[in-house]
Structure formats: C-alpha cells, structure tokens
Ligand binder design. Sequence first.
Ligand code: PRP
Ligand code: HPA
Length: 175
Amino acid sequence: KNEKLLLLRDAIDTYPDFPKPGIIFRDIFGVFRNIAALRALKDLLIEHILFLEVDLIIALDSRGFLFGPLISLELGKPFLPIRKKGKLPGKVVQRSYELEYGEETFELQTQYIRKKSRVLIVDDLLATGGSMEAAIETVKLTEAEIVECLVIIELTGLKGREKLGVPVHSFIQYD
Ligand code: PRP
Ligand code: HPA
C-alpha cells in the first residue's frame, strides 16, 4: 500500500506560481500519463471504497468526474454529477459558493435521488473546502445522507476538512 501511495505521489505534478503567483498547483492529470500510478490509484480506491456502505456516488464538476464513474462501476452503484449551473436539465437543487474571485453555483438533479440515500461525494482535490462544502449543502437539500467525502489530494494547510462536518478521506496530503 505504501508503495502504491509513493507511485501515486510521484505522478502528481507540481507547478509553482500557477494559476497565480504564490500558489503551488498540484495537478492530478500526471497520474493519467503514468499507467503504473493510475493502476496504483485504482487499487487504492477499490481497497478503500469496498468497506463503504453507499447507495449512490456523486462527483463534482469537473475533475471529480474522472473518478466517480470508476467507483460507481466497482461498487455497482449509480453515479450522478454535481454540475456548475445551467448544464443539467430537469428539476435541480442549487447552492452558490464563493471562489477566490466571484461566485459559482452547483446544481444537482433531484429526480434520481431517494430520501435517505447514502451518498459518497468524490472530487480530485480538497483545497479551501469551499467547493466540497457547497457540494455537501447541495446534496443535503435532497435529504440524502452523506457517508463520506473522498478526494485523492488534500492540501492540509488550508484546513478545508474542518469546515465540512462529515468524514473526509484523502490518499495524498500536501501541507
Ligand atoms: C478545483 C478542484 C476542486 C476545487 C478545490 O476545481 O478540482 O473541485 O477546485 O478547491 P476548494 O477546496 O478551494 O474549493 P475548479 O473549481 O478549479 O473546477 P474544475 O474542476 O472545473 O477545474
Ligand atoms: N490543484 C488543483 N486544483 C486546485 C488546487 C491545486 O493545487 N488548488 C485549488 N484547486
């Protein structure tokens, strides 16, 4: 398991001063160019999720979509997207959140969620936690239950998990 984590960590690219001076950008896409690391990540994900009792996988627009359907296939449970506003047809619930510059709104279709569904929320990375917090609030509007928020990378120095109030699991941490 440690070897897999090392492989994964090595495959995550780091870009200083992107997208702005002072930001150290951690890029998950390096993992998709390195097949050994991609397999390691798949194994780590499977090992972790097999113990989760969930009915539904929900992932965040857009990089959460890289992992949601994969987890869905492994667990044999359906996948739903949370999308930035104006992209999902039908009845949606929505929740706005603050970004570094301005505001964004998440939407989720309600017709495919049962009350009390046990939901796993997935994204690539937890930074300030603002996106994940909005996703949690969006899911809660449907009266589903959140079992866990699962991310590949956590920027621990930003203390995002402290604002979430639900269990959070990450595989790779950076201060
Ligand atoms: C990134 C990342 C997370 C979020 C983390 O997505 O994929 O979803 O930011 O930041 P936070 O914890 O401070 O909210 P972004 O909003 O850049 O959208 P994208 O996935 O469409 O690139
Ligand atoms: N990498 C990718 N997405 C992000 C980051 C990062 O370091 N910080 C906030 N969103």
